[in-house]
Structure formats: structure tokens, C-alpha cells
Write a protein that binds this ligand. Structure first.
Ligand code: HEM
Ligand code: PLO
Length: 466
């Protein structure tokens, strides 16, 4: 029988006032790597002070399951952070809003709106396929030359999100699209240098360049989105919603969800939709350059099940199991969000029998869970086959959680998976990627911005003759 609440405390790394444990963290390296290193000496569950904030770091998957699923509600809070408060008007979005009844209905509304466009209709597929077509055209026009695929990929993914959120279709070089790309880039550069963990909350008291650039980019974003919102309000009918913005406006039945919330949701779907998906695609391409035989196997699978006469469709997904494994392996080995978004304890609770008091920040280090050698054979090796069994059936290990889990699980997971599938299958059906002559393969360390991204690299594209 249990003898009351657990009293055992989580082992804590040394700390000093103001700086917290910072002097004990070998600076310069990304936090997920520092945490993984610390877990070797302190054990998989340890605490530290990030600035003034008591933070517990979870490095093993049983503990992660307690935090995200078993006691998901206890840990469903979000801390306030200086930059994300600016970004979301004090948490009027989904990702950075604290847990409360309003957030719950807001999140449900967004989820329903996604379902409306995502799984339910073929419209999303058509949108993605249109964007993929022009991406392929653009990439193939570079034939023979080495180039960085990032700008074209980002533009294509941005186009999909623009269609999804406010029905805009842009032609190459459109000035509004350029504006979107520019402000988004500015936010990405300024919002978080080393992940979304606010180690320096005192930053806000000093006027600084980064913060003013962030504010300027947010102002551009808000002007553009407010314009879209007004247009949508003026042309809204009782018919089918045309896009996410319509769906949000129509779902605004009770006025607890304000226009600010609608605006912040659109902005977030945007940011989340672009950064994560394009970065994941670029990681997978980088790994394919390192492992040409994996690319060949995907192409063989495409030839066997789809051929070259017609575009790949969502309905092909069930048969293209190897491609699915490649996507999963990419998200395992390089999770774009290696410590998820910080969680906070809403009440006194526990992890692994250790006491956690209310208000404690909790970081789930998905990086160390995805590289845990107790659960993965040679975790540093890119090996898509680990997601299939001997009969070629898909397997999903329980220590694989690139989208998180529980009450805070990513709301865009099925949209993201659909995009990753359609983009990669269409690209590899029509072209092959290789290194430019004499170039060394891409650096796989990556660098930590708002997401973990690959260092820019170059590819050469050759058309596949069908
Ligand atoms: C949250 C991963 C794509 C919207 C998250 C979280 C992760 C994640 C790890 C945090 C979970 C947590 O804090 O416990 C990914 C990955 C993606 C992806 C790997 C693509 C490969 C998308 C897309 C959208 C989206 C396409 C929307 C269009 C969101 C939102 C949240 C979120 C709104 C916040 C949920 C909440 O706090 O309640 N995602 N995501 N994501 N994601 Fe994604
Ligand atoms: C990316 C830059 C955009 O301009 C604003 C934005 C909104 C939502 C954020 C996203 C940024 C980065 C990736 C995030 C996403 C919410 C969920 C997603 C943090 C900051 C992940 C990977 O967790």
C-alpha cells in the first residue's frame, strides 16, 4: 500500500542565485545534449535551476509517459516566457497558453477545424500536390548545378500553409509571399537562440536589438493577418468553411474565443506548419545524401507500387511502408523539437516516485529518449528498418514520441504526416538527390534555433526517367 505522497526529492544540480545552475552547464552546446550528458552522471531524472526557475529534466521514456500521459493533466501547464508572450499576446494561442478551460475549448476548436480540412477531404491533398508540383519544377530547373534546397522547400511548405489557413495561392516571387517568408524568418531568428527554453528571463529589462527586431516582425505579421481576417469576415457565408480562418470564425460561437485568439491561432498554425515540416524534410534529405542505398530502396518501392505515370496519392500510403519508416527514422534521429515545449506542474504531483511541487518546470528530453541505447540498437545509426518487423509490418516503439503525447500532443500531427509523405514520395518519384562532385556529406550535428535544424548543405538533382 502507498504511504501517502512521495517524499523523495529529485537530485538537484548545484546552483547560485540569479544564474541558477548555468555555471555548471558547459555552455555553447545545445541544451538537449547538455541534459543527455548530465543524465549519465545524475541519472535519468534530475533537477536544476535555469535562471530562477526550478526545472526538472526527464530523460527516460517511462518517466516521459508519466508526465505526458499517465499524469498528463498534472503537467499540462506552460510557463510564461518573454518572447512567446510577445508572440502570442500573452498566451492567446494554443502552444504557449497555460492550461485553463478557455485553452481547452480553443484547442478543441482548432482540432475540429484541422479535421475538417485534413483527413476528411481531398482538398488538402490537392493543395499539397499543387505545391509539390511547382517545387519539383523548381528543383529540376537546377539540373546539374549544386544548390541549397532549403529556400525552395520552405517556400513550398509555406505555400501549403497559406492555402490551408487563408486560401491564398501564390505564384513564384509574389511580393506578399516574400513578406510572409521574411517576417517568419525574422521571428525564427529572434524568438529563441537555443530552443524555446527561456533561460534568461531578465532579458526583457534591457532594451535590445533582438527584442526590437522580434517586435517589428510581429507587427508585420499582425498587419498581414488582420487584413486577411477582415477580408474573411466580410465574405463569410453559412456554407462550407473555405479555410482554417473561416472555420475558426464560424466556430467562435461563444465569445470567450476572441478575435485575438483567432488571429494568434492562424499565426501559430502558420509558424508551426512551416518550421517543423520544412526542417524535417531537410533532415531526411540530408540523411538520404549520407545513405544513397536508402534513397534507392524508397524509389524501388515507389516504382513497384505507384510507377511513374501518375502522382502519388494519400491512398498509396498504406503500401509504401519503407518510406514511412524513413520518415519515422528521420524524426527519431533528429527530432525538430528535442526538448518539446516546456511543461509546468499544475499541482503537486510525482515522477518516478519523486515528489514534484506545483509550478515546477518540466522538460522532456526527447533527444535522450530517442537515443537511449537500452531501447534502440545503435541509436546513432540511421536505420529505417527499425520501424519494421521481419514480415515488413510497421512497428511503433513506445519510446518514439516526436510529436509528444497526451493533452499537449501536437495538434498538427496528421497534417504534418500527410505533408511529409506527399512531399517525399513525389520528390523521390520524380528525381534523385546526390552530393555535388567533391562535396563532403552534410553535417549532421545541426544547430539549435527555435527548432533543431541542419546546417545548410548543397544537393544536385537529377530527373528520374520513368
Ligand atoms: C506542439 C512536434 C508539425 C502545431 C508540438 C510539440 C511537438 C511538436 C514536439 C510539443 C508537445 C509538448 O509540448 O508536449 C511537431 C513535429 C511536426 C509538427 C515533429 C512536424 C514534423 C505541426 C504542424 C502544426 C503544429 C504542421 C500545425 C499546423 C502544433 C501546436 C502545438 C504543437 C499548435 C501546441 C500544442 C499544445 O501546446 O497544446 N508539436 N509538430 N505542429 N504543434 Fe506540432
Ligand atoms: C516559428 C516561427 C513563427 O513565426 C512563430 C511560431 C509559432 C509556433 C511555434 C513555431 C514558431 C516554432 C515551432 C513550434 C511552434 C509551436 C509548436 C512547434 C514551437 C515559433 C514545436 C516544434 O513544438
Amino acid at each position: 500500500s502507498e504511504a501517502g505522497p512521495p517524499r523523495v526529492k529529485v537530485p538537484c544540480i548545484s546552483w547560485v542565485p540569479v544564474l541558477g545552475s548555468l555555471p555548471w552547464l558547459r555552455g555553447g552546446r545545445p541544451l538537449h545534449l547538455i541534459f543527455t550528458q548530465l543524465s549519465y552522471s545524475y541519472g535519468p531524472l534530475f533537477a536544476l535551476y535555469l535562471g530562477p526557475h526550478l526545472t526538472v529534466v526527464v530523460n527516460n521514456h517511462q518517466h516521459a509517459r508519466e508526465v505526458l500521459l499517465l499524469r498528463g493533466k498534472d503537467f499540462a501547464g506552460r510557463p510564461r516566457m518573454v518572447t512567446t508572450d510577445l508572440l502570442t499576446r500573452g498566451g492567446k494561442d494554443i502552444a504557449f497558453s497555460d492550461y485553463c478551460p478557455l485553452w481547452k475549448s480553443h484547442r478543441r476548436l482548432v482540432q475540429n477545424s484541422f479535421t475538417l480540412f485534413g483527413e476528411g477531404t481531398s482538398r488538402l491533398q490537392d493543395m499539397v500536390l499543387a505545391a509539390v508540383d511547382s517545387l519539383c519544377e523548381e528543383l529540376l530547373s537546377m539540373e546539374g548545378r549544386g544548390f541549397d534546397p532549403a529556400p525552395a522547400v520552405t517556400r513550398a511548405v509555406t505555400n501549403v500553409v497559406c492555402m490551408l489557413v487563408f486560401s491564398a495561392t501564390y505564384r513564384h516571387g509574389d511580393s506578399e509571399l516574400q513578406e510572409v517568408l521574411r517576417y517568419n524568418d525574422g521571428i525564427v531568428q529572434t524568438i529563441a537562440g537555443g530552443g524555446l527554453v527561456d533561460i534568461y528571463p531578465w532579458m526583457k529589462v534591457f532594451p535590445n536589438k533582438t527584442l526590437s527586431k522580434l517586435k517589428a516582425c510581429i507587427a508585420v505579421r499582425d498587419r498581414l493577418l488582420t487584413h486577411k481576417l477582415e477580408e474573411h469576415k466580410a465574405t463569410l457565408t453559412d456554407n462550407q468553411p473555405r479555410d482554417l480562418l473561416d472555420a475558426l470564425l464560424m466556430g467562435q460561437v461563444e465569445d470567450i474565443i476572441t478575435e485575438d485568439h483567432v488571429l494568434m491561432t492562424a499565426a501559430e498554425a502558420f509558424g508551426a506548419g512551416v518550421e517543423t515540416t520544412s526542417t524535417t524534410l531537410l533532415w531526411i534529405l540530408a540523411y538520404l545524401l549520407h545513405h544513397p542505398q536508402v534513397q534507392e530502396r524508397v524509389q524501388k518501392e515507389l516504382d513497384d507500387h505507384v510507377g511513374s505515370e501518375r502522382p502519388v496519392r494519400v491512398s498509396d500510403r498504406a503500401r509504401l511502408t519503407y518510406l514511412d519508416c524513413v520518415i519515422n527514422e528521420g524524426m527519431r534521429i533528429r527530432p525538430v523539437s528535442p526538448v518539446l515545449i516546456p511543461h509546468t506542474a499544475m499541482t503537486d504531483s510525482s515522477i518516478g516516485g519523486h515528489h514534484i511541487s506545483r509550478g515546477t518546470r518540466v522538460l522532456v528530453n526527447m533527444w535522450s529518449i530517442h537515443h537511449d541505447s537500452a531501447h534502440w540498437d545503435k541509436p546513432d545509426l540511421f536505420n529505417p528498418d527499425r520501424f519494421r518487423d521481419h514480415q515488413g509490418q510497421r512497428v511503433t516503439p513506445s519510446c518514439f514520441l516526436p510529436f509528444g503525447a497526451g493533452p499537449r500532443v501536437c495538434v498538427g500531427e496528421s497534417l504534418a504526416r500527410l505533408e511529409l509523405f506527399l512531399f517525399l514520395s513525389s520528390l523521390l518519384q520524380r528525381m534523385s538527390f546526390r552530393l555535388p562532385n567533391g562535396a563532403s556529406p552534410p553535417d549532421l550535428q545541426g544547430r539549435m534555433g527555435v527548432v533543431l535544424q541542419p546546417v545548410p548543405y548543397k544537393v544536385v538533382v537529377t530527373p528520374r526517367v520513368g
